[in-house]
Every structure is written in C-alpha cells, then in structure tokens.
Design a protein around this ligand. Structure first.
Ligand code: IMP
Ligand code: MG
Length: 181
C-alpha cells in the first residue's frame, strides 16, 4: 500500500496536534451547553474517534451515514442519507463533524436538513477543507487544514473504499487513479 502513495501532506503528528487545538476550542465554546456531536460517516470516523477523546464536555454522539455514490461522478445529485439520527435535537446544540469539505454540497445538505428540526444552534467542523472547490455557500465554523485542490486519501478518506485506514493524509500516485468516464 505504501507504494501507492505519492506524497504525505499532513503527518500523524501534525493531525494529532491540530485535533487537540480544535477540541480545546470546542470545549470552551460548549462548556455549559448540551452538545450533540453529529458525525458524517464514513469519512469522519477516524476524526471523531480522535477528536472525541479530547472532549471534556460530555457530549452526545450520534452518526449519519451519507453517500454520494462515489466521488466526482454524480455532481448535482443530492447526497442521500442511509442512516439518520436516533435522538431528537430540539433541546440540543448540534455540531456536525465532517472530514473534508470539497464542493460543499454534503455539508450544506445535512446542515439544512437538521436546521428544519430546530436545534438550539447548529455549527459545523471539518478537519480538511478545499475552499477553492466550493459550489454552494458554506464555510465550516471549525477548520483544521486547508488542502490544495488535489484528490487526497487517508485518515478516513478513500479511493474506491480503500486507504481509509492510513493514519496520515496523502496523495496517490497518478498510475493508481483511473480516470472517471
Ligand atoms: P463535497 O460534498 O464535495 O463537499 O464532498 C464531501 C465528501 O466527498 C467527503 O465526505 C468525502 O467523502 C468526499 N471527498 C471530497 N474530497 C475528497 C478527496 O480528496 N478524497 C476522498 N474523498 C473526498
Ligand atoms: Mg468517498
């Protein structure tokens, strides 16, 4: 698998440090609040696993499984929810956890969908951000790293459902990526 990697963009240590900083901010901002952390699966599984270890505020944790049918080949199609939340949200503050925001449609769609259920407040947090790729207006409230406009894998992000387990963020060698038809 290592042979497939072109370049490591963010190392395990850099990611760990960034996550501690994000957790500290979230701990301060939600110190006296009932927080529901809503994680978008699958890509944010590793991020929330590491982030939640540093949360001292005793939040609720729930998950939404969302799919876009692969990456890049269904532009314009709405993301689809395969598993919804199990708890009511109208008495809670929501923080949506995403791993990467690219064109922004996934986060936008989920945020607007949860807003209708009238939570006390709703904010968003992403570890990786590609601001140049945005097609809808959404800026996460908590941001980890700005990522160049390149396809990346690792730390939860996949190419054809592989490489999610890599403990760092990397690009793949050109010959590994088959062009979309
Ligand atoms: P958006 O709706 O375009 O913002 O895309 C967000 C989702 O697309 C993420 O949750 C990822 O699953 C996927 N994604 C976006 N960029 C990348 C990438 O560079 N590598 C792997 N998956 C990505
Ligand atoms: Mg994907």
């Amino acid at each position: 698998m290592k042979n497939d990697i072109d370049k490591i963009l963010f190392t395990t240590t850099e990611i760990e440090e960034k996550i501690k900083t994000l957790a500290q901010k979230i701990n301060e901002d939600y110190a006296d609040k009932e927080l529901l952390v809503v994680t978008l699966l699958r890509s944010a599984f590793m991020f929330v696993s590491d982030l939640s270890r540093h949360l001292t505020i005793n939040p609720y944790l729930d998950f939404i499984v969302v799919t876009r049918y692969g990456y890049g080949d269904m532009l314009g199609k709405e993301p689809k929810i395969l598993k919804d939340l199990d708890v009511p949200v109208n008495d809670k503050h929501i923080l949506i956890i995403e791993n990467i925001v690219d064109n922004g449609k996934t986060l936008f769609y989920i945020k607007e969908g949860l807003k209708i259920r009238k939570p006390l407040s709703i904010k968003t947090c992403t570890l990786f951000n590609k601001p140049k790729k945005r097609e809808v207006e959404i800026e996460p409230d908590y941001n980890g790293f700005v990522v160049p406009d390149q396809f990346v894998v690792g730390y939860g992000l996949d190419y054809k459902q592989k490489y999610r387990n890599l403990p760092y963020l990397a690009t793949l060698k050109k010959e590994i990526i088959t062009p979309l038809v």
